[in-house]
Design a protein around this ligand. Structure first.
Ligand code: DGJ
Length: 706
């Protein structure tokens, strides 16, 4: 049978077997008795061989290679100028690491070593797969593809994510047929259109049922994630970096390590996945740094003033924002020298002398005087041709010097692989942070990489590392400064950027109707406290749809809440309602940002429902996105409460007002506080108001007895 390694975590067992020198994922599922893999009869792992294929069948394992008889897309494509390309890696040793194992595979003749690292987080059962290739030969080794690992998927249904600017995390489902489905980003960022997330599971898996496996490649640069039907019917998934032609060449002795492919499984659908992934992100990706650190409510200037920065206007906004309960004022794009619109000035990170004749100091002092902290927008990776930086250093652009590049938002990418460029940008941002009371940076990135070349060679990988290095260096120099990851909205949402940031700007779309769907998908993989969610203007700037303050506020309330609108334009009644929503958010922050997020089946298909529960309390949201199909909604059933406990339930939003849509108004909807057990609420449900499209009901539940 060969050797087996057993990892345990989060109630799961993961068994890695080595047979005939090859690494296999023999089992990953609910914990085996005593965590013992020996209960597996090795003969159960045998597979019938078919005619018309190689004699030993499809050589599929954790790191399948063509050279050993795998006819699908291999985990490694490596070659040398001499023409050699066959690898036949064989297990040469296993090392135990604090949280997993490293399997060492080697092929002395090819001069290649591969180390597969497999970890299972003991607390959550989230697995991490990485591989490291070392050139043991005497000639350079060219790498065209290195997968973190190859995982077998259940043959049912796949949920994948596409999207675009202002419509991120657009989920779609398909049943994999024959062939290969691939999601690829060549834009130098995690991307809007091909975010590296995938869920595969049994057909029809849902929010709270079904066997599922969730995958995420933690990388903020070019990548590929694919699902392939093998000839014997199995499905494999692989993920890794997408290299540009000739980009990854290992000199003798050199190594390349893939990013981490994180994977979690659950027998309880998407909610079960989030139950593992949210604590994993909180503890392992963020390292617990947001625990016990309430996420301050933001006021962001972007949709309020765009590039029109007028000190007295900004002060007035700050005052209104502070009055409404904002705790951090984030000065967005438009503050730096020569930035009148988006065609100039990126690269020159000093305050505009006309807009800020005395620098940023007076505004910061004013904001702080109002009790808020101060955040600043920057886009350190970019420069406009119309900037002193590029006038002085036109050769600092990432690209081939003699080529005209297509522009994105009128700007170029700076070559952060070059120490002098990184140093210059570090110096400017460092000066800003050292010279001002700034506690937060909104770190934006607004263009695709099209010519990621440095010093005559492709450098997308090195550029991504360069971005990480720059952020790491600034963090080390200013450990108290929090950073938000933004790329034209949610174009850079991944666990590797989150390792070094504290919030992700989910989308430039503040329209709550769209946001409900975006946040629902985003929050499968990310906990709510890192999900930037703002109350925007009534008429959305990205969709032109007008929505109520109620829906806007109650949608933002469930994330890292903020406001991004000209508050002076709000009628007094709405400003009061916003104030109330912010104060509700603050009072429930530990629950909202530390509880369990449980997606619920809404009574109407045109609604989105979920609940955050924890510590004897829960807050449930029912947002009606489309006109309801039927006259009167069925009760809202909420799963995830303690079945035996008695809860006091009340509708906190909308506050009761006679509604045109209802002739009979249930007591709960009239504002009465009623008692019900968790079991009753899960099975019989709660009466809801009749909601018209664009309306939202929020229920608060407090446990009163056990
Ligand atoms: C794109 C971001 O997503 C917006 O929130 C805003 O910061 C603009 N850039 C500013 O240019």
């Amino acid at each position: 049978m060969g050797a087996q390694e057993t990892l345990g975590g989060g109630g799961d067992t993961l068994v890695i077997g080595v047979r005939a020198g090859r690494p296999h994922l023999d089992y990953w599922g609910p914990a085996l008795a005593g965590g013992r893999s020996t209960l597996l009869d090795p003969r159960l792992l045998e597979r019938a061989g078919a005619h018309g294929m190689l004699d030993a069948g499809e050589a599929f394992d954790l790191f399948p290679e063509s050279g050993v008889g795998f006819t699908g897309a291999p985990a490694l494509r490596a070659w040398r100028a001499s023409g050699s390309f066959v690898t036949q890696l064989a297990h040469s040793g296993t090392r135990t690491t604090p949280e997993g194992v490293e399997l060492v595979l080697a092929d002395a003749r090819a001069g290649v070593e591969a180390v597969l690292s497999i970890e299972l987080d003991p607390a959550t059962g989230v697995a991490g797969f990485r591989s490291r290739i070392r050139n043991l030969g005497v000639e350079p080794l060219h790498l065209d593809w290195v997968s973190c690992a190859a995982l077998e998927l259940m043959d049912g249904e796949v949920m994948a994510f596409g999207g675009r600017w202002a419509r991120e995390f657009d989920a779609h489902r398909f049943r994999p047929g024959p062939g290969l489905w691939s999601s690829e980003a060549r834009t130098g960022r995690t991307s809007h259109h091909a975010p590296p997330f995938l869920i595969a599971g049994e057909a029809g898996f849902g929010d709270s049922h079904g066997e599922v496996l969730g995958l995420h490649l933690a990388w903020s640069g070019d990548h590929r994630l694919f699902v392939e039907r093998l000839r014997d019917g199995r499905l494999q998934a692989q993920a890794g970096e997408l290299f540009w032609p000739g980009e990854m060449v290992l000199e003798p002795g050199a190594s390349y390590e893939t990013p981490s492919l994180y994977a979690a499984r659950s027998s309880d659908g998407l909610n079960g996945l989030s139950d593992r992934l949210h604590p994993f992100v909180r503890d392992r990706i963020l390292g617990g740094r947001l625990r016990g650190k309430p996420r301050p409510v933001h006021f962001n200037t972007w949709e309020a003033v765009y590039f029109r920065h007028d000190l007295s206007e900004l002060k007035a906004l700050a005052e209104t924002a502070a009055g409404a309960g904002a705790e951090r004022f984030v000065l967005d794009d438009g503050w730096f020298r020569g930035r009148e619109d988006d065609t100039a000035a990126l690269g020159d990170w000093t305050p505009d002398p006309i807009k800020y004749p005395d620098g940023l100091g007076p505004l910061i002092a004013y904001v702080r005087g109002l009790g808020m902290t101060f955040g600043l927008w920057v886009e350190p990776e970019m420069a406009n041709a119309d900037s002193d930086l590029l006038r002085d250093h036109p050769d600092w652009i990432l690209g081939e010097p003699d080529r005209v590049q297509p522009l994105g938002r009128g700007q170029y990418v700076l070559d952060l692989t070059r120490p002098e460029v990184s140093e210059a940008i570090f110096g400017q941002i460092n000066d800003l942070l050292a010279g001002h009371a700034i506690d937060y940076l909104k770190w934006d990135m607004n263009r695709d990489l099209t010519h990621p070349a440095s010093r005559g060679r492709p450098a997308s990988h090195a550029q991504t590392l360069g971005v990480y290095r720059l952020i790491d260096r600034l963090r080390a120099a200013h450990p108290a400064v929090e950073i938000e990851a933004c790329a034209s909205g949610g174009g850079r949402a991944d666990y590797e950027i989150l390792r070094r940031t504290d919030r992700i700007w989910t989308s430039d779309c503040n329209d709550p109707i769209e946001r409900q769907a975006i946040q629902r998908a985003f929050s499968i993989f990310f906990p709510p406290e890192v999900m930037g969610a703002h109350v925007g203007p009534a008429a959305s700037h990205t969709t032109a749809r007008t929505t109520s303050l109620d829906l806007r506020a109650m949608t933002a309330l469930f994330g890292h809440m903020g406001v991004e609108a000209d508050l002076r334009a709000l009628p007094a009644r709405e400003l009061d309602a916003l104030k109330a929503a912010i104060s509700l958010h603050k009072s429930l922050r530990p629950l909202l940002h530390g509880g369990r997020l449980i997606r619920q089946a809404p009574p109407d298909p045109g609604a989105i429902a979920f609940m955050v529960a924890g510590d004897g309390r829960a807050l449930a949201s029912l947002a009606q996105i489309e006109t309801p199909r039927y006259n009167a909604a069925a009760p809202l059933r909420l799963t995830g409460l303690d079945p035996e406990a008695l809860y006091e339930v009340r509708l906190v939003n909308p506050p009761f007002r006679p509604q045109a849509a209802m002739k009979q108004i249930p007591a709960l909807v009239r504002g009465e506080i009623l008692g019900a057990t968790g079991r009753w609420i899960a099975h019989a449900g709660l009466p809801t108001p009749i909601l018209r499209a664009g309306e939202i009901a929020v229920f608060q539940l407090n446990r009163i007895t056990r």
